[in-house]
Structures are given as C-alpha cells and as structure tokens.
Ligand binder design. Structure first.
Ligand code: 8YV
Length: 315
C-alpha cells in the first residue's frame, strides 16, 4: 500500500515487483472501506512524512507485516502499535543527511542575506527605480545552536563550522567527544546563539520544543531554522513574533499543517518559506527509494533489514 503519491521511480519499481495499492486514489471518506476490502492482501505499507501508518490504518490491516517509510522521520507511523503487533518498521536514514544539512545552511544564509527578497527586488524592477538594495546580516561567524545532534544535526554543525560559526547544541544528553558546547535546556541554547536550527525527530517529548519562551530567548536579532518537522515549533507563537519583530527571522522548510502555511507569513520579508524539500533532490530521492525497495525485498526474503527503525530521538 502506497499511502501518498511520491517518487515516480519508487512507484514504478513497486508496481513492477508487487501488487500495488494506491491509497490516495480513493476519496478520504472511503479510505477505511478501501483498506478493509483489501485487508488480507496488504502486507506492506510504504508511507512518507505526510501520510504514514496511523493506528486506524494498522488496525484495518490484519495481514500487515512491514511499514517501510520513504522518510527518515517516523512521526507519522504509530510505532507503539507496530511494536505491539510485531510489525517491522524501516526508514531512510543517512542517504538524505547531506541534502537536509545543505538546505539548513542555505536557509540561514537566505534569511540573513535576504536572498529571496533581493531576488524579488531585481525581478520587480525596483533596483532600477529605487537604487541599491538594503544592507543585510552576515552568516559567517554567527553562533549556531542546534536542537538535536543526531546525523543531520552533526552534518549541519560540520558545515556551520566551515563558516567559522561557534556551535552549541541541545540534546537529551551530552555527546562525548563532539567538542561543541552542550546546553541541557533549549531555552538556554536559544539565549546563547544567533541562529537556532531544529534538527531532531518529532516525538511527544519534542512537540513544540520551540515555544514562546524559546522564541523570546532567541530574540529580535535571532534566526530560527526548521528543517525537521512543523510540530516542533508553536506556529501560533512564531507568526506574531516574526510579524512584531520579537524574532529576527525564520527559514522554514516544514509547517504544522502541511501543505497549509500560515498566510500571514506570506507578507513578511524576514522569512524564507520552502515546501518541505529538504531531501528533494533527484539523487537523494533515488537513494531513498532504493532503500525502501531493498528493505521490502529483504523482508520478503527473510533477510536482515537494511535500515530497521532504531526508534532513536535524534535523526
Ligand atoms: C521527505 C522527510 O520529505 O525524511 C523525512 O523525514 O521529511 C522527507 O525526506 C518525505 O518523506 C518524502 O515524501
């Protein structure tokens, strides 16, 4: 069962090797009926960051053996239910780390140097009529705070280091041997950095980890970058903070209710908004698809899975 239209390469390969059901082809109100009518046939679910395998879906599929997610984040998979039922879960770690880390740095530079605003300045003809563009803020050397020092967090740290940025981080526990300053509280990390990057997995524990207090600690000169999940940030607090200049800026690849984005953000020049494209390159999406296929094949052949879910907190 493919839950959502994803990569065409993945869909073609799945279609060739398996009997493929496409969940989105049935209207939302008929989905449970659809699942129940194929409940015996469906042995695997391939979901993504938008539609995974929730408790209802899992319950409707008594023959389900494996959930192979086309994502590293597993917040759309009911892991508890899978554990209870002995359903195997795989994701796509590592292959997307570089792209997501690249995009985090890209967003930070885009916000601080106003790349998108100045692009609009040229396109609108304003350069000719109004003269030089306003001055912007430097990225190199800014202190960068990272929430979650997993694979992606570390890759962002490595890149930011190359820009001469001092790095600090928040994680569930201090990581030995990384050489970055550890803050046991996110609010203290936010108060002590200029660019705060969210790079952890979304769990009950990390939902709204960036709340009003953290936003205020980051402050009018601070920039928030989110390449993880919209649910990490309390959007109802973020939007007025950006509008009122209580927060300096934000680069957001993810939102709480994708594909809906708070429209108030559209008018703001201190934000850069992307449609969840962190892993969205041809190269990486192919690698992710190959991992999904490899995991399904390994499962079918009773071989060890390539990337079983480790249930970790940092991605
Ligand atoms: C994808 C992601 O956008 O890996 C993740 O957790 O959010 C992304 O790589 C998505 O799952 C592709 O549809």
């Amino acid at each position: 069962l493919l839950t959502y239209p994803m990569d065409s390469y993945l869909e073609e390969k799945l279609d060739k090797r398996f009997k493929l059901f496409r969940l989105w082809e049935s209207p939302p109100e008929k989905r449970m009926e659809f699942l129940r009518s194929h409940s015996q046939a469906i042995r695997a679910v391939v979901g993504n960051a938008i539609v995974g395998a929730d408790a209802e879906t899992i319950e409707a599929l008594p023959g389900l053996e494996i959930v192979a997610s086309f994502s590293v984040g597993l917040d759309k998979v009911d892991l508890e239910k899978c554990r209870e039922r002995g359903i195997r879960v795989t994701n796509t770690p590592d292959v997307l780390t570089e792209d997501v880390a690249d995009l985090a740095i890209g967003l930070a530079i885009a916000v601080l140097r106003k790349i998108c605003v100045s692009d609009r300045y040229v396109r609108s003809g304003a350069w000719k009529t109004n003269g030089d563009f306003e001055l912007t803020s430097k990225f190199s050397g800014k202190s960068v705070g990272i929430v979650g020092l997993g694979r992606i967090g570390l890759a962002i740290a490595k890149r930011a280091e190359a820009f001469g940025c001092p790095i600090s981080y928040f994680a569930r526990s201090e990581k030995l041997g990384v050489g970055y300053k550890f803050f046991p509280r996110v609010v203290d990390l936010a108060a002590n950095c200029q660019v705060l990057v969210v790079a952890c997995a979304l769990t009950a524990e990390t939902r709204h980890i960036v709340d009003r207090e953290v936003i205020d600690a980051l402050g009018p000169q601070g920039v928030l970058i989110n390449i993880a999940r919209g649910g990490h940030v309390d959007e109802a607090q973020l939007v007025p903070a950006l509008r009122e200049g209580r927060l300096g800026g934000a680069g957001l690849d993810v939102f709480e209710r994708e594909p809906s984005v708070p429209e108030e953000l559209f008018a703001l020049d201190n934000v850069v908004l992307l449609p969840h494209v962190g892993s969205g390159t041809w190269e990486t999406r192919k690698d992710m698809a190959d991992l999904v296929l490899g995991n399904l094949e390994a499962h079918a052949l009773n071989m060890p899975l390539l990337t079983p879910c480790s249930d970790g907190w940092s991605r």
